[in-house]
Every structure is written in C-alpha cells, then in structure tokens.
Design a protein around this ligand. Structure first.
Ligand code: IMP
Length: 200
C-alpha cells in the first residue's frame, strides 16, 4: 500500500467515520469523510441487503471522489424474529423513532421469550471500491443475545440491549474498549485492514 492513500468513507455520520478510521490505524491510509455525503448518497441505500447497500455506497463515493472508497452497512439480527430488524435496523419501528424507542419496542416484542431463545447477532458488511470500479466485500459478525432490560450509556443504537457472547453485561455497560475488540465492525475492519496492507 502506498503511504497516505486516501480512503473516502461514504457516510454523513462523522462519528461512524471516526470509528472506522480508528480501525485502520497502522494501515498508512488517510481517512476522510465524503464531502456533501447526505446529498451524494441520497437514494443509494434502498436495498434490504447489507452487501448491496455497502457496495452501492462505496461505489458512489468512488465515482464522485475518484479515490479508494469505503461503504459500510450494519444491523442487528434477532433469531426469534427471523432475523429482523436486520438491514432495516436503522428504520425499525419508524424512521423517526429514537434509539430508546427502538430498544423498548424490541424488548416488548421479546417480553415472553426466555433467555436461551433471545439469541441475536450484530452484522457489519464493509465494501471497498477502487477508482477503477473494482469492489471487495468484507463481513464481520458478533454473536450474543438480547438483554431482559436496557442497561448502560456507552455506544449507540442497540448497544444497551445487546449482550455479547462470553459476557453478562450489555455493550452499553461494557464500554468501547471491549466493544471495539470484539464487535462486528471491528471484525470486518480487521479484514479490511489486512486487505489494504497487502493489496492496495
Ligand atoms: P446503517 O448501517 O447506517 O444503515 O445503520 C445500521 C443500524 O444498525 C444503526 O442505526 C443501529 O441502529 C444498528 N447498529 C449497527 N451497528 C450497531 C452497533 O455497533 N451498536 C448498536 N447498534 C448498531
């Protein structure tokens, strides 16, 4: 990989871009947010499929910027809901619902489900698009279960109701040091980093 290759992250979420950039520490890349991302990515993320969404975002960013670009799509799959909300996680309940409202609605749906049937996983799919149109896809998963109640202030989204395998506290309680070692995004991004170091 050439020193200081530029990766443009196809997201309008500065927090997400910072988090993704941290996972690429040591890969000799400069990470930047896609300028005017909200407008540029409008209508791109329409599929009920992580990979299609990640690829579409990365491709659009590569087309517009002319640089190596990264798109990510993620979600929470709950087994007793047949994998829902999945790729629709950001819009679960309604597009305007708050994270707390989404978590409460999910806990309500599972109110009669016993602990051993509350299995779930976070999924992250990352696409890297090269300026020549070539695209590579990387997937990371984090197994766990849905808590009985929300707990913890760390992280975002469904973190207060997700207990990763091997722990008995939620990501919201465990904090980012632990989450960033074992999360779906950490696992997908470890593969991205290996790929960038040896191929670009
Ligand atoms: P998108 O990838 O921006 O479409 O959003 C995925 C949605 O999945 C987020 O808005 C969250 O609701 C949920 N999600 C994805 N990753 C995480 C995570 O690490 N913690 C909590 N919620 C997550």
């Amino acid at each position: 990989m050439k020193e200081n290759d530029l990766i443009v992250v196809a997201s309008s979420n500065e927090g997400k871009v910072k988090e993704l950039a941290k996972f690429l520490n040591g890969a000799a890349v400069r990470v930047t947010i896609l300028p005017n991302a909200e407008a540029v990515l409008e209508g791109v993320e329409g599929e009920v499929d992580y990979e299609a969404n990640a690829v579409a975002k990365a491709r659009r960013a590569a087309e517009v910027s002319g640089n190596l670009s990264l798109g990510e799509d993620s979600g929470l799959e709950v087994d007793c809901l047949r994998g829902a909300p999945g790729p629709l996680s950001a819009r679960f309940v309604s597009p305007s619902a708050s994270p707390d409202e989404r978590n409460e609605a999910l806990l309500q749906r599972l109110r009669n489900v016993p602990r051993d049937k509350r299995t779930a996983r976070f999924v992250s799919v990352v696409a890297i698009a090269e300026a020549n149109g070539e695209v590579h896809v990387f997937r990371g998963e984090c197994e766990g279960r849905i808590a009985l109640d929300a707990a913890g202030e760390h992280g975002f989204g469904y973190d207060p109701i997700f207990i990763p395998q091997g722990y008995d506290r939620t990501f919201g309680e465990l904090g980012l040091d632990i989450k960033n070692k074992i999360s779906h995004r950490a696992r997908a991004m470890a593969k991205v980093k290996d790929y960038l170091i040896s191929n670009v």
